[in-house]
Design a protein around this ligand. Sequence first.
Ligand code: GAL
Length: 677
Amino acid sequence: MSTERRLRPPGLAYGGDYNPEQWPEEVWAQDMALMREAGVTMVSVGIFSWALLEPSEGVYDFSRMDKILDLLHENGIAADLATPTAAPPAWFFHAHPEALPVDSDGRRLSYGSRQTFCPSSPAYRTAALRIAGALAERYADHPAVVMWHVHNEYGCHNSACYCDTSAAAFRKWLKAKYDNDLDALNEAWGTAFWSQWYHDWEEILPPRATGADPNPTHRLDWRRFCSDELLSLFTAERDVIRRAAPGTPATTNFMVMHNFDALDYWRWAPELDVVSNDHYLRSTDPESEIDVALCGDLVRSLAGGPWLLMEHSTGAVNWQPVNRAKNPGEMRRNALAHVAHGADGIAYFQWRAAKAGAEQWHSAMLPHAGTDSQIWQDVVQLGADLRALAEVRGSTSPAQVAIVWDWNARWAMEQPCQPSAELRFQDLVRHWYAPLWEAGVAVDFIHPDTPDLDRYRLVLAPSLYLVDDAGTANLTAFVERGGTLAVGFHSGAVDENCHIRLGGYPGAFRELLGVHCDELFPLLPGVQVALTGQVPQDATADLWTERLRLTGAEAVARYADGPLADVPAITRHAYGNGTAWYIATHPDPTTLAALLERIRRQAGVRPEREVPPGIEVVKRRGTDADYLFLIDHAGRGAEIPADGVELLTGKPVVGSVTVPEGSVAVVREPLPGPSAE
Ligand code: GAL
């Protein structure tokens, strides 16, 4: 992130998407009054306003936006001004029907919703840069505008287009990647298989629907291309804005949340001045607070520090089969958990609940019922909370444990025709993250190539299926120098081209782990095996097993039954000055928790504070104080050792703080130092 272009409102930002164009002007004055009542400090405007801002090509109507920005400014509310390029108007597609995207079955989609355009379309790029440029020029110096919100959730609905224009762009990307060497591409893709050899670049297509199974490297390169193609749209808009408004930061809202996996955000994050994220709960997730924490830690790691929560919901969304409302106190717990995990601002989709349109059943800060509602009371309460936490802004979150996260590994492992279709990267990472979260152990996420791993005592790599030689060397050197690494099953299996690392699994990590596997034994759904050894009684595992032989490691646990009875399942290997563990199966949650506790204790990692089950504990570190966040997800309340000041109530804390049932406490604990002496 750039240091010079930072968001500078005081305290923690608070607000949401504001779409006043959906309402008559008389409503706007009421919006302003209510925003002030709730303590709103910043709203995102104009996200889907293209058709009104540019009613026909090159003809602009800024009258409404002028009024909105002036009104916000008069009311002391900052604007995060969007480029409206996620929703091209109907007139654009009438003039450029070729800019509509084509799906993998060859079906061209129609306009009539949003984000239905081909990312490689030259006409789209021209039109997007034109409206972005016109907005930037007009509002570069508007006093309300503190940030630019480029587009909206790149790739949310159109992460890939399979049209001929996209095919040509893909070939261009491939030529650059393979240095114009078609043989190198053939080698990387393994095209000697099934007569797929390409003799001419023009023969290469996107991975469109085909009769049998696709080529894995073709698909992997396609996913990399699709992410890069959208990234180039972002940087092009950002640069147009920078020319007009060089000092104002630009962001775009990421979607680091459960099933969205279209973009390699490690490549995106350095291009943003401010990293922001959207996060929605899954109604069917019984422990969605763990998802909030995991995604918050991942975004904080991408940002390398504080970030902004650009969207989440006050209550139900409208796009799941059944849309659960939030439980009492859940909205506040969610928002403050995002702050605990590094958010310096909290925003919602959206300010005022829509009465028409596809999202009319989506919750908002101001619900259909108006101010006579629980949600409104909670919104006002949260505004007060965020004011009370203003000093938390800019503080960081020190962690001694890092989890390896790589979109390439995720894409590769979730391809078709794998040993098991049951493996989901994010679920496997969460399986390991959950016990750390429960124990109150802070976690960062890292890329396999992240330098300076020595700041961590423990690195975890749950199922890092794909890893290149540089990543392998980086993780191996960390252990050699004295670090502790725990590797999950089916790791190191393939290189960056999805080529299997020969000579036995887990390919890249065989020597480091001191094990050798000659055959994988994935388990059918519902099948369990028992574990024995240094594991809790009744320990079991499911999903995955491997026929492992020790080549230097010691067995910590073995399978007690099934075809692999007596084969090592969990191993430990002294390597260089460090230790490398291999968890070659998918232990039940209790067993994994016990194992990770043992591993982290041996690595010298302690929780932030001992807390009872159901209490989330997270620390942010400021320049002269720690901020201890305690969140009660179990509804039982707790008394936790602490000293300082509880910021939400302003009360002094001596010896311990009370976390009320289902609620949150945030304690400022002064750091020992000259000022505290
Ligand atoms: C997001 C999107 C918003 C709104 C929201 C509803 O994906 O950015 O515009 O649609 O979902 O949950």
